[in-house]
Ligand binder design. Structure first.
Ligand code: CAA
Length: 258
């Protein structure tokens, strides 16, 4: 499908969705978010794709929701369109792993989009922030909830109340990002991680993603039970026999998603 605000490439088993509104630092307007959702649905439904990367440019992953699009809206406009409600739901329902490869600004909705991905690899020039407070609003795409879970209340409050930016080093130290790499190597690193994920059984990959995500939604004992049952269920797959058999035969596993 032809897109106006994103560029989608599928290479080997990896779909890369590049946000592409350079004149607006990839600000997330309705069109762009709608296209990201469509591309995610297509990648999720494409048997060839086994991992997805969302990225932006060297200067900006995304500098937030599009302020120009939102500025004249009323409460009723926002409420009746459930602004960002549908998009947030679609991204959250993507079953295949999504890596955010973040260089430059990841602010407001940009930081929130990165946090909706399964993990974040940051370039050393990345800057994260929830500066909505400077606009007379608050984060609206999950920032108050997800940032708090990632970095704890004190730092989330600091970020959201002052609107200050966090650099890549602080983001890694705080648990917001999984790794920091030199900006020039960002895509190479993200692609290598995606290809590593693509080698696994898609059944255990999806089960693993679901189990980690459940940890945000439930109690420890319920989460442990969910994990254990998913672990048990994987013993009904050919891929479990192949994975464990390959280990014992000292060869690499050839998973077939069965
Ligand atoms: N929405 C719309 N346009 C944006 C934008 C945004 N969030 N961020 C940047 N742009 C536009 C600028 O208006 C500018 O366009 P023009 O050339 O037409 O004026 C262009 O992108 C380049 O931006 P700057 O000239 O400002 O670039 P800079 O390098 O001087 O500054 C910046 C970069 C610090 C990121 C600055 O652009 C900035 O502060 N942007 C806004 C960040 C922000 O407040 N984000 C939160 C948005 S609200 C939100 O996201 C709500 C939510 O939770 C869902």
């Amino acid at each position: 499908m032809a897109y106006e605000t994103i560029i989608v490439e599928v290479e080997d088993h990896v779909a890369t969705i590049r946000l592409n509104r350079p004149d607006a630092l990839n600000a997330l307007n309705s069109e762009l978010l709608g296209e990201v959702c469509q591309a995610l649905k297509e990648a999720d439904g494409n048997d060839k794709v086994r991992c997805i990367i969302i990225t932006g440019s060297q200067k900006a992953f995304a500098a937030g929701a599009d302020i120009k699009e939102m500025s004249d809206k009323s409460y009723v406009d926002m409420f009746m369109s459930d602004f960002f409600g549908t998009e947030g739901g679609t991204i959250g329902r993507t079953r295949k792993p999504i890596i955010a490869a973040v260089a430059g600004y990841a602010l407001g909705g940009g930081c929130e989009l990165a946090m909706m991905c399964d993990f974040i690899i940051a370039a050393d020039n990345a800057k994260f922030g929830q500066p909505e407070i400077n606009l007379g609003v608050i984060p609206g795409l999950g920032g108050t909830q997800r940032l708090t879970r990632f970095v704890g209340k004190s730092k989330a409050m600091d970020m959201a109340l002052t609107g200050r930016f966090m650099d890549a080093e602080e983001a890694e130290r705080s648990g917001l990002v999984s790794r920091v790499v030199p900006a020039k190597q960002l895509m190479e690193e993200a692609r290598a991680a995606a290809e590593k994920i693509a080698e696994k059984s898609m059944i255990s990959t999806i089960a693993c993603k679901e189990a980690v995500n459940i940890s945000y939604e439930t109690t420890l004992s319920q989460g442990l039970l969910f994990e254990r049952r998913a672990f048990h269920a994987l013993f009904n797959t050919e891929d479990q026999k192949e994975g464990m058999g390959a280990f014992m035969e000292k060869r690499s596993a050839q998973f077939r998603d069965r």
